[in-house]
Design a protein around this ligand. Structure first.
Ligand SMILES: *Cc1c(COP(=O)(O)O)cnc(C)c1O
Length: 412
């Protein structure tokens, strides 16, 4: 594993995932199921180790964005129920059936297409009906007089013989905002969702799994858990928003590190990096660090962010390059090539977070972790030991085994 340490790497702490899962379970209504959102490679944390850990912790379902992600989980030996939030092309209907995947149905035309394909293939598909309120994304529309039409369409979908309509769900637009207006809006969304379900029930259409809460909903609206919640971000130990910070006790699962490649002293007036947008205003000790925007460390952080070297903060100076960036380490004694640089994590009692990085580039922690590049190996830590690595670049490694989805993973 030592060969990773010359560049950048992420450490994913599986004990912290367990801590977060337990913290969430503590606030859930007893009996409420948990669907872990592991889309986007488990928010950049690596879906294999995260999903395995969640299975051990007793998760009930997994939620993914698309068929590829669902197949990745299946190929890695995850047999739990999986809901695909996004569109699966009707051509792939056989795979939905063969891999026992549950598909979201978000409109009547899509339902008809997928159903026709299922009929042609002679297969049955389990589906969850997706309701849209406030997002204007996927889903049957409920707002502004559309409830009547949508109810009729949903009934039609549920009668389609190749479909087994097990669930119905919606997604909140602003459950993470704790001001009066947003909270009233979220409660209004929930009431409309419940009214639709009640109306369908009266007409003989029932669902065994009703769900609406993402992380923010699950921790902020204990009366809305219904049959299942769909947390993502809190499982990775990050807060859905500043408003939600501290609502439950979370431990960030991911830390991000890099290495000093070289240290040099530059004279007053010497420019640093592309475009010369930073110029030393005194004799400056510069550390070149082996991370750049190709690793997901955004160029937007140029001249804004800071890192930890030998327990002290050091500012990013000059443009962030594709593979490297520079730090001002003038004030830090003894910095040398090979020193570990903490980008997210703790060193010497000081801390850096994805939230800070996100705030500096006008983004959110969700985007930061998703952007961690495939050049950054994920190292999995449990009980203080490194138990595995996922390396997205070295697919053809000679040690270890290549998994069906092309990821190279090994036990170290
Ligand atoms: C991503 C996603 C979630 C999880 O959201 P978090 O804010 O990360 O908890 C839940 N439901 C759906 C439909 C999603 O796409």
């Amino acid at each position: 594993m030592i060969d990773y340490l010359r560049r950048s790497w992420a450490v994913v702490n599986l004990n912290n995932v367990a801590h977060n899962f337990t913290a969430l379970k503590r606030v859930l209504t007893p009996g409420c199921k948990v669907m872990a959102a592991v889309k986007a490679d488990a928010y950049g944390h690596g879906d294999k180790y995260i999903a395995d850990q969640l299975v051990r912790l007793g998760v009930d379902w997994f939620g993914v964005s698309n068929l590829e992600e669902a197949l990745s989980l299946r190929e890695q030996g995850i047999y739990h129920p999986i809901l695909i939030f996004g569109v699966t092309p009707p051509e792939n209907v056989r795979q939905l059936n063969e891999y026992n995947l549950t598909q979201s149905i978000y409109s009547l035309p899509y339902a008809r297409e997928l159903h026709a394909a299922a009929q042609a293939a002679g297969v049955g598909i389990q589906v969850h009906i997706k309701i849209d309120m406030g997002m204007s994304r996927l889903g049957f529309v409920l707002d502004n007089g559309f409830a009547e039409i949508s109810a009729g369409e949903i009934k039609e979908v549920c009668r389609m013989p190749r479909f087994q309509a097990q669930g119905i769900f919606t997604h909140f637009a602003c459950a993470d905002e704790r001001n009066d207006d947003s909270m009233a809006y979220t409660r209004g969304q929930y009431r409309k969702f419940c009214a639709l379900i009640a109306r369908l029930e009266q007409e003989g259409v029932t669902f065994s799994i009703r769900h609406c809460c993402n992380s923010a909903g699950a921790i902020g609206y204990p009366d809305m858990h219904m049959d299942m919640v769909r947390p993502g971000i809190v499982l990775y130990g990050l807060s859905p928003s500043d408003d939600c910070a501290g609502m439950i006790d979370l431990k960030p699962a991911m830390e991000l590190y890099s290495c000093v490649s070289m240290v040099k002293e530059i004279a007053d007036g010497t420019p640093v990096s592309y475009g010369r947008c930073y110029t030393a205003h005194r004799k400056t000790k510069v550390a070149t660090v082996a991370i750049g925007y190709a690793d997901g460390y955004e160029r937007e952080l140029t001249n804004k962010a800071r890192m930890l070297v030998r327990g002290q903060y050091a500012n990013v100076i000059g443009r962030v390059c594709m593979d490297q960036l520079m730090l001002d380490v003038t004030h830090i004694d003894g910095v040398a090539a090979g020193d570990v640089v903490t980008i997210v994590g703790e060193d010497g009692g000081r801390r850096l977070t994805f939230d800070e990085m996100a705030a500096l580039s006008g983004s959110i922690n969700y985007e930061k972790v998703c952007l961690i590049g495939k050049r950054v190996p994920r190292i999995y830590r449990q009980d203080g030991k490194d138990i595995g690595v996922v390396d997205y670049i070295r697919h053809y490694g000679v040690k270890g085994k290549q998994s069906a989805n092309g990821l190279y993973s090994q036990t170290v």
